[in-house]
Ligand binder design. Structure first.
Ligand code: PHE
Length: 357
């Protein structure tokens, strides 16, 4: 029994992994293990022999079990220590600098425009980019064979043969949101509608997708004078200059009457744009008094209400304000460009602390 005891204990202490330890447990104190088989021999002994061998064997069994349990715990500890050695972390190291993302100029300018018009009491309205032909054209007084449809280089949504639902287009301007606002909230209205618009066109200053912001004010006593004041306030705030001269040039849009395109006085001296001085004029938007037919399409009583509307290219005014030469780069997702022209996410444009920094 002493030989068996020292052999088993020696084997246990020599084990280095849990699987071998389990094998050893089975071959010693398992059902058919060496110690268990010895216990069976008790039956063949005389009562006197058994009185000595019984307790000794039980003690041996307890001792082996205890050694197995202790070894098992020691092995688990060793595994854990091994892991801790490779997974340690020096919490006293200084933090690693991360490259922060930047706000895209289009988002920045949209936020700036929104802040300026919010200050003048305008809310923000939105509409779908896949728009019904009716909202994009008919309701805006552009009937089916009107030349303006061709001029806009419209993307038409594909319709399967036999599908007779009314046609849809990728909206060519934000003006359909005028109609949606009128139908949705009724008069009076004071909103701007920023968003993506689409036209099949591509060069240094045109991309198939670009951004516009629409403005719409409807009430019982709105005139062109209100339009002029609102636009002057906007241009001064946006270009961050004290004074600026606007020029209203007679123009034509089917959805406004009268219509005007608006230019701002500027200089391009040394290739750099300066707003408010010089002898050049820069066109920045189209505008006019909402056509009575458009009010009617929007469910508004044209005998009682009138209003002004304007539409402006967000990308265009972003290029002008921040001196960005090529529109196409706006949509290339080139990180070097974004880091150069992007804005800090923490600088939220507002009129109190300044629009841009
Ligand atoms: N929708 C016109 C365009 O895209 C702009 C515009 C809007 C003109 C509102 C007048 C009034 O060119």
């Amino acid at each position: 029994m002493d030989t068996l005891r020292s052999k088993v204990l020696e084997q246990i202490s020599a084990v280095t992994d849990e699987a071998t330890l389990e094998d050893l447990r089975v071959s010693t104190v398992g059902k058919k293990g060496e110690v268990s088989l010895k216990m069976r021999e008790l039956g063949r002994m005389t009562p006197e022999e058994r009185q000595v061998a019984g307790p000794a064997l039980n003690a041996l069994k307890d001792e082996v079990n205890a050694a197995l349990t202790a070894k098992k715990a020691a092995l688990a500890d060793a595994v854990l220590n091994e892991r801790l050695k490779t997974e340690w972390l020096d919490v006293t190291l200084p933090g690693r600098g991360r490259v922060a993302g930047t706000i895209h100029p289009v988002s920045q300018v949209t936020d700036e425009v929104t802040a300026i018009f919010a200050d003048m009491g305008f809310g923000v309205a939105e509409g779908p980019q896949i728009e019904s032909d009716w909202h994009n054209f008919d309701a805006l007084n552009i009937p089916s064979h009107h030349p303006a449809r061709g001029e806009m280089d419209t993307f038409y949504m594909h319709r399967a043969e036999g599908d007779n639902r009314p046609p849809h287009v990728l909206r060519t301007h934000t003006s359909p949101v005028q109609i949606r606002s009128m139908l949705g909230q009724g008069a009076p209205i004071r909103v701007i509608c920023p968003g993506r618009v689409y036209r099949a066109d591509y060069d240094q200053t045109h991309t198939p997708m670009f951004h516009q912001v629409e403005g719409l004010a409807i009430d019982t006593d709105i005139s062109m004078a209100n339009l002029k004041w609102v636009l002057e306030e906007f241009v001064k705030a946006f270009f961050e200059v004290d004074d600026v001269e606007l020029r209203f040039r007679a123009s034509h849009f089917p959805f406004t009457e009268p219509s005007a395109e608006v230019d701002i006085r500027c200089s391009w001296e040394g290739g750099q744009l300066k707003v408010g001085e010089g002898d050049d004029w820069l066109e920045i938007l189209g505008s006019g008094m909402v056509h009575p037919k458009v009010l009617e399409a929007g469910g508004i009583d044209a005998a009682k209400y009138q209003g002004f509307a304007f539409g402006m290219g967000i990308d265009r005014i972003a290029m002008l304000k921040y001196g960005i030469p090529d529109l196409r780069a706006f949509f290339d997702s080139d990180l070097r460009w974004l880091r150069n022209y992007g804005f800090s996410a923490l600088d939220q444009p507002n009129l109190a602390s300044g629009l841009s920094r």
